[in-house]
Design a protein around this ligand. Structure first.
Ligand SMILES: [Zn+2]
Length: 319
């Protein structure tokens, strides 16, 4: 009796173990299959993202090895993040004057302007308020020096080759020679013009600016005058021209101004502060202010009807 009972017990136990074993195998198999599917699709989407990023990196000038290293070191969230950016980046990289360093700033203006305009605005810095992130000018004696509200001349900078144009007004030699010819040729048409304000020292500009602030307040002063170090007059390459000693917008309606508009570039001069580009130059319209940049640059600026800032982006690599 006792033995029979044990036999039955063992028989059931084997059946139970067999059943459990089959169940476990089934569960493991199912689980594995599910998992495999998951990681397969994940791998696939990863590979696509990586590939896309890699091809953009190649477009940006990285070689294959570099692109591989960069991509290998990026987390998935990095990849997704860049992928979003690259939606726009692929449009931007094909544009002239694009610089990857400025990408975040481009994107912040992206909805407001078309891409070319965005790049120009950012590269010329005007997405930032005037007088912010001011750079010290390293090469002040360069004839193509850019002086504006983002680029400042050193307090001590005085050009070494200042000569008199007329009436105690000075410019650098090359600019002065061309200015004299320009004035003479304008006068030979029967019109009158005179040099009104040429080279100005840092300290004199400081006085001028402070005078403006006292008289009209900071805001008006910033629109009409330059802070010391930010005036082109300190370069010895700028001249204010006048008929009767006054400097105001009415000069823009005179035949002298028309003649200068047609001819100044032939002497290497440009109208620096144009009427429709105040947002870019940071200065009010100044029909009397002429800047020497040499005939080659002046001709391009005249033909393309652009500001000096735009010229610097397009031809001098400013960004
Ligand atoms: Zn001026």
């Amino acid at each position: 009796m006792k033995r029979k009972k044990v036999k039955i017990y063992y028989g059931n136990l084997f059946l139970l173990i067999g059943f459990v074993l089959i169940l476990v195998i089934c569960v493991i198999f199912l689980f594995k299959r599910l998992n495999l599917n998951n990681s397969d699709s994940k791998k696939e989407s990863d590979t696509n993202n990586y590939k896309e990023v890699e091809s953009h990196l190649l477009e940006l000038g990285y070689n294959e090895k570099e692109a591989e290293v960069i991509v290998d070191n990026m987390s998935e969230s990095d990849i997704m993040e860049m992928d979003k950016k690259y939606d726009k980046l692929s449009e931007y990289v094909t544009k002239k004057y694009f610089h990857i360093e400025n990408m975040d700033r481009y994107l912040s203006l992206d909805k407001e302007y078309d891409i070319e305009e965005v790049i120009m605005r950012v590269n010329t810095n005007i997405d930032k308020p005037f007088y912010t992130d001011i750079k010290k000018i390293e090469d002040p004696s360069n004839l193509l020096v850019l002086v504006n509200k983002y680029n400042k001349l050193d307090e001590d900078y005085v050009p070494e080759d200042l000569v008199e144009v007329e009436n105690g007004k000075y410019m650098r030699r090359e600019a002065a020679e061309e200015m004299k010819s320009m004035i003479n040729d304008l006068k030979s048409t029967g019109l009158y013009i005179q040099a009104q304000s040429g080279y100005r020292s840092y300290s004199y500009q400081e006085e001028l600016y402070e005078g403006y602030v006292e008289k009209n307040g900071q805001k008006a002063a910033d629109a009409e005058s330059a802070k010391a170090g930010h005036s082109e007059h300190q370069t010895g390459l700028a001249m204010d021209l006048s008929i009767d000693g006054t400097l105001d917008e009415s000069f823009g309606d005179t035949p002298q101004f028309d003649w200068l508009s047609d001819n100044a570039y032939k002497y290497g001069y440009i109208l620096r502060y144009k009427k429709d580009k105040v947002y870019m130059t940071g200065y009010a319209y100044e029909p009397w202010h002429y800047r020497y940049v040499g005939v080659e640059a002046a001709t391009i600026i005249h033909n393309e009807d652009i500001t000096y800032e735009e010229y610097c982006v397009k031809y001098l690599g400013l960004y």
